[in-house]
Design a protein around this ligand. Structure first.
Ligand SMILES: Nc1ncnc2c1ncn2[C@@H]1O[C@H](COP(=O)(O)OP(=O)(O)OP(=O)(O)O)[C@@H](O)[C@H]1O
Ligand SMILES: [Mg+2]
Length: 322
């Protein structure tokens, strides 16, 4: 049965987070130097929620996803799924990377079937593969090798290959970053429709503010050096979203201007203090908000870098709006 994803998913109910990160800190040791990469990260994602994490290069987004995936251990603090500590990778949490990482010698169909080959009878598996081929629109290309299909198609195979495993949580690390603008939009729409159909909890990392606004129920903005959660807010726009919609333009403008305001005025009222007033959106659930308040001085260069990446991604000139 299809899950009903209304504007606000049935998430963030106190006591029911799918993923829960509490006071997570992580150091990396290089020789004799120990670097704090993540500092006191606290947030949660409710079941079926689509959370985007944005932040500039090096702020620790991939490190955070790797910890959620169980690839690397947390330093201090706790990381839980359905109340159980995440200590290793598990089939309930799947990762989609920037690179498609397909098996080049297997066809599209075989790549999608790969993870279930030993777990499902052939007849059932064939049916399941058919379903996912159709969901990602690759019926015609089922027998092609990865080298015979486009980059966008490869990412669709990568998505289908993971979704067929029915993970509860999908961890996505800039999966569409190498695609051109149109393909990227197409993949974003596809992701939202698959998410509506299948209902996973998704943590989606991106540099692209528009990608985050298009996709997310909630956006978490990270700071760098060390990586911290600076802001967190609900998007609250109806779907499907488009950059032309008044609400979208208003929201984006608010997002950009609030970045600017925060970057130069540390005394500015923070989003966490008064999200409704600043964003005109829904306040972030207290249950899920980060313990580290914002309001610290941002580095304007870092903010410019974030905007540059964003504008490059969509081929727009810098600072179109004041
Ligand atoms: N295994 C490691 N050993 C030491 N330092 C690491 C390791 N992995 C990451 N780092 C450092 O941790 C910091 C955060 O890296 P991370 O890859 O998580 O950033 P990111 O936000 O994903 O960046 P990008 O947007 O460029 O992908 C960087 O300074 C990086 O050099
Ligand atoms: Mg990264």
């Amino acid at each position: 049965m299809k899950r009903e994803h209304t504007q606000q998913n049935p998430v963030n109910q106190p006591g029911s987070p799918a993923l829960e990160v509490l006071h997570l800190s992580k150091h990396f040791e290089l020789g004799e130097t120990s670097t704090l990469v993540l500092d006191d990260i606290t947030f949660c994602a409710g079941a079926g929620e689509l959370v985007c994490i944005i932040g500039c290069s090096g702020c620790g987004k991939t490190t955070l996803l790797n910890i959620l995936a169980g690839f690397i251990p947390p330093g201090s603090g706790s990381v839980k799924m359905d109340g159980n500590p995440i200590e290793r990778p598990g089939p309930e949490r799947c990762v989609v990377f920037q690179e498609d990482a397909l098996f080049p010698w297997l066809s599209v169909r075989e790549n999608i079937a790969f993870g279930l080959k030993r777990r499902m009878k052939k007849k059932l598996l064939d049916l399941e593969v058919e379903r996912f081929l159709a969901l990602v629109g690759l019926n015609e290309f089922r027998d092609h090798l990865p080298c015979e299909i486009s980059g966008g198609m490869k990412q669709r195979v990568a998505l289908a290959r993971v979704l067929i495993l029915k993970p509860q949580v999908l961890l996505m690390d800039e999966p569409f970053v190498s695609l051109d603008y149109h393909l990227r939009k197409e993949m974003q729409n596809l992701l939202v429709s698959l998410w509506k159909e299948l209902g996973q909890t998704i943590i989606f990392v991106t540099h692209d503010i528009d990608e985050a606004i298009t996709l997310a129920d909630r956006i978490i903005v990270m700071d760098i050096a060390p990586g911290r959660i600076n802001q967190e807010f609900n998007v609250g726009l109806p779907r499907p979203r488009s950059e032309e919609q008044t609400g979208y333009i208003f929201f984006r403008k608010k997002l950009l201007s609030s970045y600017g305001a925060l970057s130069f005025n540390p005394d500015q009222t923070t989003i966490r203090d008064n999200p409704q007033e600043v964003w005109g959106g829904n306040p972030v659930s207290k249950h899920c908000s980060s313990s580290k308040a914002s309001g610290r001085m941002h580095n304007p260069e870092i903010i410019c870098q974030l905007f540059d990446n964003q504008d490059k991604a969509i081929g727009r000139k810098r600072y179109p709006e004041s």
